[in-house]
Design a protein around this ligand. Structure first.
Ligand SMILES: *[C@@H]1O[C@H](CO)[C@@H](O)[C@H](O)[C@H]1NC(C)=O
Ligand SMILES: *[C@@H]1O[C@H](CO)[C@@H](O)[C@H](O)[C@H]1NC(C)=O
Length: 299
């Protein structure tokens, strides 16, 4: 074999091995960080009730099983996305949000400690700056999740909203301060990286006491969507994971119920939810490559 052929063979073998290693490094596990949608789902007090009606459930005269339901609800029901157009005229509606804003890297900013003391606690500009000092800059197209600990109250309306009435002046839950929202809306101009979405485990981005929703307004005007009524985030790392945000694709929608899936690197290799590369298969793949390399490198 001439030197040229030998060189190409060695190179392609090395690339095959590197690829096999790359497969190893992307082993991930997936985690649903939203709730199922039901009549028990969180629903803003002034919204209509969520109604799910069965229109068919049984054997048809033809002998096959058929079940189907009708759902009547507000766009902002259960775990949902707030489109920028919710609080900003002419901004993106749900169907206009670019897909690469919905599949993007996530980070978690945790304010559980102060929310445990103060049910109206907010993520502030100082909290964001302290986070950036500790964890470094946000990734481009970041979705910033704020963990308040409110998820544990989700199935008790009084504990979650502060009231089980329709009186919005009695709402009590943590949120995101407009100062923090301004860092997110100005992040691209200042640091060249864009924040595309912000989410949290409470009913609203603005805390319960808010009457003018400045955080919604600030983020909406910057084309940043919101995710509300997210579920428990205790298994999420602070950085280094991806999110898939899947809202119903409502034409002109100001918001939509959404499924939100986190994709977390799993160095321990839980292959059941990762790519279909059984360890034995990968080993068998490597054996001929290594044999070839050894043969070729022998003088
Ligand atoms: C919570 O409140 C206690 C008692 O007032 C105080 O000692 C503690 O520093 C507070 N913690 C936070 C994170 O605000
Ligand atoms: C729901 O939360 C409220 C307020 O924290 C509490 O008083 C009530 O006992 C809770 N209800 C249930 C069923 O846990």
């Amino acid at each position: 074999m001439d030197t040229h052929a030998r060189f190409s063979l060695v190179l392609s073998t090395v690339m095959v091995i590197l690829q096999a290693r790359a497969v190893d490094m992307v082993v991930t596990r997936t985690l649903d960080i939203g709730y199922t949608l039901s009549e028990e789902s969180a629903n803003w007090p002034t919204n209509r009730a969520i109604e799910i009606t069965s229109t068919m459930k049984g054997l048809t005269p033809e002998g096959f099983w058929l079940e189907a339901n009708e759902i009547c609800m507000a766009e902002h029901s259960s775990t949902h996305l707030d489109a920028p157009s919710h609080f900003s005229e002419g901004a993106w509606s749900v169907d206009r949000i670019p897909l690469n804003h919905l599949m993007a890297p996530g980070v978690v900013m945790d304010i559980q400690e102060k929310a445990a003391n103060d049910s109206l606690a907010e993520l502030t500009a100082e909290d964001v700056m302290a986070w950036l000092d500790k964890h470094g800059p946000l990734p481009d197209r970041a979705i910033v999740l704020v963990r308040t600990g409110w998820a544990s109250r989700y199935y008790n309306k009084t504990a979650y909203f502060g009231t089980d009435t329709k009186d919005t002046s009695k709402l009590v839950f943590p949120g995101i301060n407009v100062g923090a929202a301004r860092i997110f809306s100005g992040y691209e101009e200042k640091y060249g990286r864009r924040v595309v979405g912000v989410g949290l485990d409470t009913p609203s981005q603005d805390n319960g006491a808010s009457t003018h929703y400045p955080t919604h307004v600030e983020l909406g005007a910057a084309g940043i969507y919101g995710l509300e009524n997210l579920a428990d985030m205790s298994e999420l790392p602070t950085t280094g994971f991806k999110l898939m945000v899947m809202p119903m694709n409502i034409k002109g929608g100001s918001g939509a119920p959404a499924r939100v899936i986190a994709i977390i690197p799993d160095p321990d290799g839980d292959l059941s939810s990762g790519p279909p590369t059984p360890p034995l298969g990968r080993l068998l793949y490597l054996i001929p490559c290594l044999t070839l390399l050894v043969t070729l490198l022998r003088p």
